[in-house]
Ligand binder design. Sequence first.
Ligand SMILES: Nc1ncnc2c1ncn2[C@@H]1O[C@H](COP(=O)(O)OP(=O)(O)OP(=O)(O)O)[C@@H](O)[C@H]1O
Ligand SMILES: [Mg+2]
Length: 306
Amino acid sequence: MKTYRDIVGDGGSNIVEQVTAQKNRLKARMDSVRHIVAVMSGKGGVGKSSVVVNLASALALQDYSVGILDADINGASMAKMTGVRGQALETGETGVMPAMAARNLKVMSIDLFLPDDSTPVIWDAPTQKDAYTWRGMMETKAIREFLSDTEWGELDFLFIDLPPGTDKLPNMLDLLPQMTGTIIVTIPSELSQFVVGKSIRMAMELLRTPVIGLVENMSAYMCSQCGHEEKLFPGSMVEELAKRHHVPYLGRIPFDPRVAVCADEGSFFLEKHGDLPATIAIEQIAHRVGEFLKQQRSGDTDLRRL
Ligand SMILES: Nc1ncnc2c1ncn2[C@@H]1O[C@H](COP(=O)(O)OP(=O)(O)OP(=O)(O)O)[C@@H](O)[C@H]1O
Ligand SMILES: [Mg+2]
C-alpha cells in the first residue's frame, strides 16, 4: 500500500491550488460580514444555542442583517430553534442560499440537509484507527463549506453556535482569523463556573481571542404566577469569575420555561414576550455586545449604528 510519503509532489491533485482557492473563497465571503461572534462554553447544556438565537433575534428585530452558522454538527439545533427546519434550500449564483427565518435572519445548518428528524450525522472513516482524526477533519471541512459556499450577502453579524467544549475553537480561528470575538456562557453552578473558567483562559490567554463577555444563564427561577424569584443554584460567583479573568460580565438571564417553549416551536422569544425579566435581560446583553463592538471598531467610519 502507498502512504502519502511515497507520493511525489502532490500526486497530481493540485492540492495547494485547491486549498488556496478555498481559503480565498472563504475570505471573500467573510469580507462582507462586519462582526463574527462565536458563542461557546466548556460546559454542555448551559444555553449557548439559546443565547445565539436570542441575541441574533434581538439584533434582527433592530433591523440589523444577521446570520447564524450552526457549527454544532452532531447536535445541530439552529434550524429547529429558528423555525426553518424543512425549508428547501435554493442554489444562488455563487452558492447555496441560507434558510430564512423571521426578520430575515439567515440560517445555515447541517440539519437542513438531513432527510428526516431521526437521522444522525456519521462520518465513515477508512479504518477505525483513523476515525478520530477523520471525523475532526470532516467536521472542519463541513463548517468551512457552510461558511464559504453559503450566499450570506452583506451581514452586520454572523453568530457561530459552537458545540460544547473548547476543542473546536482553535479550528474555528484557523478558518476565521478575522473573528471579532467570543461570548462565553455559563450557568451559576459551581461545576459550570469551574469548567468555564478554563474556557475563558483558553480563549484569552492561549488563543488570544477577544472575549466579548460572560453570560450567566438560568440564574434564577421566577414564578410565573406571583413573580417570586428563587435561585436555581446556590453560590453564584459568575460576576467574580468575570472580574478575575478581566472579561466583561454581560448579564444574567433567568430561567423561564417560555424561553424553552419558543426554542422548541422555533419562534422568537423576544417577539412573543415583550416585557418579561428574561426579555429585558436578553435585550440588555444584546446592547452590551453592541457597545463592545462599537468600541472595538470605533475607527470604522462606515459603521451604521454599531
Ligand atoms: N434561560 C432559559 N430558560 C429556560 N430554558 C432555557 C434557558 N436557556 C436555555 N434553556 C433551555 O435549556 C435547554 C438547553 O439549552 P441550549 O440547547 O441552548 O444549551 P446548549 O448549551 O446550546 O446545549 P449543547 O451543549 O447541547 O449545545 C434547551 O431546551 C433550551 O431551550
Ligand atoms: Mg447548543
